[in-house]
Design a protein around this ligand. Structure first.
Ligand code: TYR
Length: 406
């Protein structure tokens, strides 16, 4: 007989925390029962997040899932940070239209360390279980791999969007790419995960974990996907290639200034996905702003919180000071939004096209006079070229524009 556990207030609150900012939580009823069981028995739930150490530098977008882990960790559950040192040998085909090149063992090691150091700024390292999937994947051997592959059909594998697309486009899919989702799912079996989370692109792999756990006679994990974070431009997902990102190793002053450059609308979305403040605190702050408090106050609080997380409270205070000094009075509440194309674009042309200077020669004169700032930093080089991205550009004391250059 299956025991049904009572859904207490504590369980409802834990569910609310789980649901904050999520894209999907599946199946929600199972998760409620897992939470209820954990509360009744005192046994923490096992929550898995896997990362392949492919790219060593992480930006704020990558921390959205880590924040969710942290929230569940703070509820007392066991967080498992899984480093996919084995799966990296294949490379996740999710969202890819070609086979990934494999990394060397040395690169994997270096990247894994960088990842964990960064992740430890969001998670509580003392309560985090760090595992490497080579631990059980190496042991699987050819025999185990064959047994594992027998647990899924080619037809279902091909239903997956990215494989389907590649197949119909006539681009090649190597057999080993089919092994990727199987191995990710097998990790959940090895870890006896109760919940696995990832970005929206991970859904297929996450559901594979459920399927395989069932095949191996285990309780099945729930799956949780988080949305992609929108970048500084307020439009595209945060990414290095769009230059609309905040790297989590960027210095405190830059980080602070970049958060302050976002629009008010984006700010509330970032509050949901990036802040550790409770939903009640955020709602109260929002009510204050709606009641007339300057939205910039709320943005400063967010900028400080984020900067303090990756640096320190003292450096966050100093960054605020620095920002105020440099922008002499700060950025006004309402600033013009300008979209320009032609990146990389010279600063002189940019000032003219953004209507911040009547001509390029006048723009150069302003630069020489020290009156031009980009993201709070005074510009002295007439030859400066700006890459694609979003910048707060200031001329003199009062002229501002938020320029998105593409
Ligand atoms: N596929 C995940 C990604 O590319 C990483 C991962 C690897 C997740 C192994 C889980 C796992 O078990 O982000």
């Amino acid at each position: 007989a299956v025991t049904t556990y009572p859904v207490t207030d504590g369980v409802s609150q834990a569910l609310e925390t789980t649901l904050r900012g999520v894209d999907e939580l599946l199946p929600q009823a199972d998760w409620v029962q897992k939470l209820a069981r954990s509360e009744a028995t005192g046994v923490p739930l096992r929550i898995k997040l896997g990362l392949d150490p492919t790219a060593p530098d992480i930006h704020l977008g990558h921390t959205v899932v880590l924040n969710k882990m942290r929230q569940l960790q703070d509820l007392g559950h066991q967080v498992i940070f899984l480093i996919g040192d084995f799966t990296t040998l294949i490379g996740d085909p999710s969202g890819r239209n070609s086979t990934r090149p494999p990394l060397t063992a040395e690169q994997i090691k270096v990247n894994a360390e960088t990842y964990y150091t960064q992740a430890a700024k969001v998670l509580d390292p003392a309560r985090t279980e760090v595992r490497y999937n080579s631990e059980w994947c190496d042991k699987l051997g050819a025999r185990g791999m064959i047994e594992l592959s027998a647990k899924y059909t080619v037809a279902r594998m091909m239903e997956r969007n990215d494989f389907h697309q590649r197949f119909t486009d006539g681009s090649s899919i190597s057999l080993h790419e089919f092994l990727y989702p199987l191995l990710q799912g097998y990790d959940s079996v090895a870890l006896r995960a109760d919940l696995e989370m990832g970005g929206t692109d991970q859904k297929f792999n996450l559901l594979m974990g459920r399927h395989l756990q069932q095949e191996y006679g285990q309780d099945t994990q729930c799956v949780l996907t988080m949305p992609l974070l929108v970048g500084l431009d307020g439009e595209h997902k945060m990414s290095k290639s769009k230059n609309n990102y905040i790297g989590i190793t960027e210095d405190a002053n830059t980080m602070f200034a970049k958060v302050l450059s976002i629009s008010d609308t984006l700010m509330w979305n970032w509050y949901t996905l990036l802040s550790f403040k409770s939903l009640a605190e955020i709602a109260a702050l929002k009510a204050e702003v709606e009641g007339g408090r300057n939205p910039k106050d709320a943005k400063v609080l967010l900028a400080k919180e984020i900067t303090a997380r990756f640096h320190s409270a003292a450096l966050a205070d100093a960054a605020e000071q620095d920002f105020n000094n440099r922008s002499k009075g700060g950025i006004p509440d309402q600033i013009d939004e300008v979209s320009l194309s032609g990146a990389p674009l010279g600063i002189g042309a940019l000032l003219k096209q953004a209507n911040l200077a009547p001509s390029t020669s006048e723009a150069n004169r302003l630069i020489d006079g020290g009156g031009v700032r980009v993201d709070g930093t005074a510009i002295s080089d007439r030859g400066l070229k700006l890459e694609a991205g979003t910048y707060v550009v200031q001329v003199g004391k009062r002229k501002f524009a938020r320029v998105t250059l593409g």
